[in-house]
Write a protein that binds this ligand. Structure first.
Ligand SMILES: Nc1nc2c(ncn2[C@@H]2O[C@H](COP(=O)(O)OP(=O)(O)OP(=O)(O)O)[C@@H](O)[C@H]2O)c(=O)[nH]1
Length: 441
């Protein structure tokens, strides 16, 4: 999703860092490259132009700070501007829903409203759990337009472990009142309310949504926007804003190969914060939209923190293992390595992890290479699984006969065992390097 921008941004910045000072000529070249990459990633022309004009104004009028090299100073200007575009004053690190509240989902058909209800339910439940609480959450739908939509919500509610109510009335307005009454009577703290979308912005849909909101009086109105439809989603969002007004947006399908244009433009164009982004079809594929982190990802600075958080969410408490701690300490044993491999397995594919790592956007890793690495990872886990605890702690004791035993146990060749040990050694070097570079200080 963000790789496209980061690739061109990182190439600009590495070319600029070579210069002793910023001249108007090399600034112009770099600025043109940024503009091209914005346009290619589907940012509307006027927005790209505005972004670039601001940067130029700032860089040219700026004195070079002595502690920064010119290239670094340029990066800083772009980063600050990017941050303002992505989030401005709204730089949320977390978000808590008020209790009680009704959350209304609006958006075009297929934008991801129903899926996002399941994801929000999991998000709210997990947040409460962290504080030792449980939340009474109900979901319901008035999507009588697409017959399977209500059944889909019922299935999602089961997966998310929340309650579901099917209204008896089949008129959207009457059903809305019925759902609100049911929710109040049963003391629900959160009501997640799904509405019908249409394939295009449509007057009938807007009128219906407006009537519904008058009945249910939502505390939060979320517009769900499919990031895959690109620039057009901005005008769709504007239509919803004009007629219904929404409080926040959720950008869904950010895992797709959609270009980053919507993420870049939404906040600035609509003057409404993006609160979450959907990063997959599964119920836990929801991330808070954190402008700082996204700006860094766009600039190719990676996002280890998000990776660590994903890991922490997915790993059971008793076996919780922090990737960060071995990175911080600069030490890693084979046991750590093995835990990281199984954690990576639970986190998803290597390809989905790679985008979080600094500098990776530049590497041009092919899907064949990723597939190969995934196979290797499986093999490595089997090999480590065949080792004794002592061997895992002190791999140096693995002489030929031990290696043979381990290979046999894992059903691999002795060369595979040697390869694993070599990889482990490289990872150790990498972790030491991170420590040395004070990556985490
Ligand atoms: N890859 C990916 N797929 C998603 C994401 N969010 C939703 N989807 C998929 O998009 C499709 C449409 O999602 P729905 O939640 O049914 O969309 P909706 O807005 O409720 O659609 P209607 O009920 O028809 O109005 C489904 O196949 C979802 O699995 C996401 O973040 N990533």
């Amino acid at each position: 999703m963000f790789e496209f921008l980061s690739k061109s941004f990182s190439s600009i910045f590495s070319s600029l860092t070579g210069y002793g000072k910023l001249t108007e000529k090399n600034i112009d070249e770099s600025i043109q490259k940024i503009k091209d990459s914005l346009l290619e990633s589907d940012v509307p022309y006027e927005l790209s132009h505005e972004f670039i004009a601001d940067i130029k104004k700032e860089v040219i009028g700026q004195k070079i700070v002595s502690s920064l090299r010119p290239g670094e100073q340029f990066v800083k200007v772009v980063y600050d501007k990017l941050l303002a575009f992505l989030g401005g004053e709204y730089l949320q690190e977390s978000f808590t829903f008020q209790i009680p509240s009704t959350i209304m989902m609006i958006g075009l058909q297929g934008s991801g409203k129903t899926t996002s209800i399941g994801k929000l339910a999991v998000f709210i439940s997990n947040q409460a759990k962290k504080r030792g609480k449980t939340r009474k959450i109900l979901c319901a739908s008035v999507d009588f337009y697409r017959p399977a939509a209500i059944d889909q919500l019922e299935i999602l509610a089961q997966q998310a472990g929340i309650d579901f109510y099917r209204a008896v009335a089949t008129d959207p307005i009457k059903a809305s009142q019925e759902i609100v009454n049911y929710s109040k009577q049963h003391g629900y703290e959160i009501l997640l309310f799904d509405t019908a979308g249409r394939l295009h912005v449509d007057e009938q849909m807007m009128t219906e949504l407006d009537e519904i909101q008058k009945v249910i009086k939502p505390k939060y109105k979320f517009l769900v926007v499919d990031a895959m439809i690109g620039q057009e989603s901005l005008s769709v969002a504007q239509s919803f804003q004009d007629r219904i007004k929404f409080d926040y947006a959720i950008l869904s399908k950010m895992d797709s190969d959609a270009r980053a244009g919507v993420a870049f433009s939404f906040r600035y164009a609509l003057k409404k914060p993006v609160l979450f982004m959907g990063t997959g079809e599964k119920i836990d594929n929801l991330e808070i939209f954190r402008p700082e982190r996204i700006a860094k990802r766009m600039l190719g600075m990676g996002d280890i923190l998000t990776l660590v958080e994903n890991a922490e969410e997915k790993i059971e408490k008793d076996e919780k293992y922090s990737l960060e701690s071995s990175f911080r300490s600069g030490h890693m044993t084979l046991e750590d390595f093995s835990k990281q491999l199984s954690m990576a397995n639970r986190l998803g594919s290597i390809s989905s992890m790679i985008k979080y790592l600094p500098g990776m956007a530049n590497l041009n890793i092919s899907s064949a290479q990723i597939e190969q690495s995934e196979k290797e990872m499986k093999k490595f886990r089997a090999i480590i699984g065949s080792m004794t605890k002592k061997e895992k702690l002190y791999p140096k004791i693995l002489d030929n006969s031990r290696k043979q035993r381990v290979a046999k146990g894992a059903g691999v060749s002795i060369a595979d065992v040697a390869q694993l040990l070599q990889r482990f050694e490289q990872s150790q070097q990498f972790v030491k390097l991170l420590k040395k570079k004070k990556y985490f200080n």
